[in-house]
Write a protein that binds this ligand. Structure first.
Ligand code: RIB
Ligand code: CA
Length: 313
């Protein structure tokens, strides 16, 4: 096997973030150098605690966990307890984490790691608002050319928004950070609602996790049972979209996905469309093609991968 791929996961757990972290920890192709928490679905004090809870669920208290930005760069923090519950990890009853939170700030960890590791040897997997990533780029611009790839869940085009008619949550929470990241010139692969809405947590799929009869499998089923309830009503579907694990699945099986290199600009002026990812899918402008916009997936292949890897925990 080739050398594992170095990744940093930046996240705001969130049930779907939790499943993404479990997928990463169940995949030996990936070396998780650290997990950095950001305010998003719930406040930072909960997202950092939730990261530690999930690491211990996977018996991986060796993974260093860092707390990052407590709020977006400019706007007030908007959270999503209505989707994720008060704790952000509603669903399973999981023990309080005992592993420590690292003293170092997440942004300093991201900068230090990117400066220390070989150029273009670290991939940033971003599952929440982009605040930590933008702050790291501002803190030390030298990291920008050293990042191998930023793979992120966020945005939307044909699917519109899930937080406003125009904007998806991660981008909406911190549009100024998203603008900095999308304009930085780093290779970006984005997983917008256009693809995540095709990865539904159907009853059959959730049952497969429950049938594992393992700590991680049962917890995953309970996380998804809770998480999907809001979106099932909203979208009228069986099951809800499973967003964040697609970021990790891309690193493991890119052949599950298809998309197009296009220009993405972020709206940071109009309140009506604040946080919109303006996607030039039809190439009607000569703006730089700054992101690979993933639009389709093999949903069964995606869930088979999740079952296989979470089944190893
Ligand atoms: O819009 C979905 C995204 O917002 C996911 O990352 C979910 O966890 C929330 O952060
Ligand atoms: Ca998230």
């Amino acid at each position: 096997m080739t050398e594992p791929r170095n990744i940093i996961i930046d996240t705001d757990p969130g049930q779907d973030d939790a499943v993404a972290i479990l997928l990463a920890l169940g995949s030996p192709e990936l070396a998780v150098l650290g997990i950095t928490a950001v305010a998003g679905n719930v406040p930072l004090a909960l997202t950092e605690k939730n990261v530690r809870t999930i690491c211990e669920l996977a018996d991986r208290s060796d993974i260093p966990v860092y707390a990052g930005a407590i709020r977006p760069l400019v706007r007030k923090l908007v959270t999503a307890e209505y989707v994720h519950g008060k704790t952000g990890l509603n669903g399973p009853v999981l023990p309080e984490p005992t592993m420590p939170l690292q003293e170092q700030h997440a942004v300093d960890f991201i900068v230090e790691t990117l400066m220390a590791e070989a150029e273009k040897s670290v991939t940033l997997c971003v599952l929440g608002p982009l605040t930590n990533i933008a702050l790291a780029m501002i803190r030390e611009p030298k990291i920008v050319p050293r990042i191998a790839e930023i793979v992120l869940m966020g945005g939307g085009c044909f699917e519109g928004g899930n937080t406003t008619p125009a904007a998806e949550f991660n981008i909406y929470v911190d549009p100024h950070a998203a603008k900095i990241v999308f304009e930085a010139g780093v290779p970006i692969t984005m997983f917008p609602l256009d693809v995540t809405h095709k990865a539904l947590t159907t009853r059959k799929r959730v049952q497969e996790f429950r049938d594992m009869n393992t700590k991680a499998g049962t917890a995953t089923a309970e996380l998804l049972d809770f998480f999907e309830r809001f979106d099932e009503v909203k979208y009228g579907t069986e099951g809800g979209p499973l967003h964040d694990p697609n970021v990790i699945a891309w690193l493991l099986k890119p052949e599950l996905y298809s998309g197009r290199h296009i220009n993405i600009e972020i709206e940071t002026t109009s309140e009506l469309t604040m946080g919109m990812t303006v996607a030039d899918w039809w190439g009607v402008t000569d703006r730089p093609k700054n992101a690979f916009f993933v639009r389709n997936l093999d949903a069964d292949g995606f869930y088979n991968l999740l079952i296989e890897r979470i089944g190893t925990l």
